[in-house]
Design a protein around this ligand. Structure first.
Ligand code: ASP
Ligand code: MG
Length: 424
């Protein structure tokens, strides 16, 4: 059994959906569980619906309309029969979205966010599944919430592995072994609490969903289909001489993903590594090409990889009375980060200061600053870039720091990280 994952870019329009069908057609004889995420930029659009509903900064119906039109246009292109049941199905999903955003919010923003934003994957999978059935690729549409159990950490839910494994073993495995099902389509990114509320696993979390299914089935391998040929040593947005890494270790993959390579979600690697399940990263544009394989290999190639994280904020935390920043205040500082839900990308300490760089977030940063200011002096500097080079050498560092001011630098044997201000 294989697990495939198609992201939003692969199904952003009717041609994309047809292309997914073509790729699945190439694997007709295999048992495949296919995870699909929301089409194109739907998740961003649904985030605006959630904001409009909760913060009342815009009209909810006005935010929903373009999402409906976008999907209807895709369906109109895919289904010539306008009485096809998929139109009713999608209509009902939009009715659910309208109910979810009717009246006043009852719980936290993060709770409402999950109920609203999760709908993007439901719509996408309904359309893709119906189209595949229509074109002769018989498949089952599965609700990922019947399998992926989580806690109620809204927007960043933690998987209940034991329950999920039970669900998968008892209810999903038999679908493939007992019936004629060879292909199933399900959502990435979403899960369910024990109270039956929808959760999400964090932005771009569909890769992680593929890994969860792969781990619990267990699958023979996972393929993430991307708009790039595989894992490159740099983002082609910034470099024109990128190199495809055809074979990388789980260790390198998890480090690259953690530092910010957007090709693989960082949570994807652990569930696969734990069961020694290989991960392929392949191009949905050139599906015959071999792409990258992430597996339990020693890394013979030491090609430098470059990762840029934009929109960084440098936060410097100092004691108010010139006392040392030591373990006791560090404990307080870390607690504030954890409470504000902010991930530290790089950190450094001196006698009386502690500096970190984090992703900019207009909601979370002010909460963090307020928490820290209770006990510390806080300074911050935004609009910075964090550059990570794995397998670095002298020239690579020079290459990336041209025209920049380096504010923080951290080096280990394999990796250098530099927080820079771009002067160019
Ligand atoms: N649709 C979700 C997002 O855009 C999940 C994913 O694409 O992986 O964040
Ligand atoms: Mg996406």
């Amino acid at each position: 059994m294989k697990v495939f994952k198609f992201g939003g870019a692969s199904v952003k329009d009717a041609a994309g959906v047809r292309n997914v069908a073509k790729i699945l057609g190439m694997y007709k004889d295999e048992n495949i569980l296919t995870v699909v995420s929301a089409m194109g930029k739907t998740t961003n659009m649904l985030e605006k619906v959630a904001e409009a509903f909760y913060h009342k900064n815009a009209d909810v119906a006005e935010q929903i309309e373009p999402i409906r039109n976008y999907h209807l246009a895709i369906m109109n292109e895919l289904f010539s029969n306008k009485n096809h049941p998929v139109f009713d199905i999608i209509n009902n999903v939009f009715a659910e979205l309208e109910w979810a955003t009717d009246g006043e919010p009852t719980k936290s923003y993060d709770f409402e966010y999950d109920q609203i934003v999760s709908i993007g994957e439901v719509i996408a999978t309904r359309i893709v599944s119906a189209y595949l059935n229509e074109t002769g690729l018989q498949n089952l549409w599965l609700d990922a919430r019947d399998y992926i159990s989580t806690d109620d950490t809204w927007r960043n839910a933690a998987v209940n592995w034991e329950l999920t494994e039970n669900n998968v073993q008892q209810n999903l495995v038999p679908l493939f072994s007992k019936s004629k099902t060879k292909l199933a389509i399900t959502q990435g990114f979403i899960g369910v609490t024990s109270e039956n509320y929808t959760t999400t696993l964090g932005r771009e979390g569909s890769d992680f969903t593929a890994a969860i299914f792969a781990h619990t089935l267990p699958a023979s391998d996972v393929t993430i289909w991307k708009d790039v040929p595989g894992v490159l040593n740099a983002d082609p947005k910034w470099f024109d001489d990128t190199v495809l890494l055809d074979k990388i270790s789980y260790r390198d993959a998890i480090e690259l993903a953690w530092f910010g390579t957007s090709v693989i979600h960082p949570k994807t690697i652990q569930p696969l590594q734990n069961k020694n399940i290989p991960l392929y990263v392949k191009s949905f544009i050139e599906p015959d090409k071999s792409g990258t394989i992430v597996s339990n290999t020693e890394n013979p190639q030491q090609i430098p990889s470059f990762i840029y994280r934009m929109n960084q904020v440098l936060i410097s935390i100092m004691s108010k009375d010139f006392s040392f920043i030591v373990e006791k205040n560090l404990m307080e500082i870390f607690k504030s980060f954890s409470e504000a839900g902010i991930k530290i990308n790089i950190m450094q300490n001196t006698a009386i200061s502690f500096s970190v760089s984090v992703d900019d977030d207009k909601y979370k940063i002010p909460v963090l600053i307020a928490l820290l200011q209770k006990d510390f002096k806080v300074a911050y500097n935004s609009g910075l870039e964090l550059i990570t080079v794995r397998n670095y050498n002298h020239q690579t560092i020079e290459r990336v720091t041209i025209n920049t001011e380096v504010l923080l630098e951290l080096k280990s044997r394999k990796t250098v990280q530099m927080l820079v201000k771009n002067l160019g």
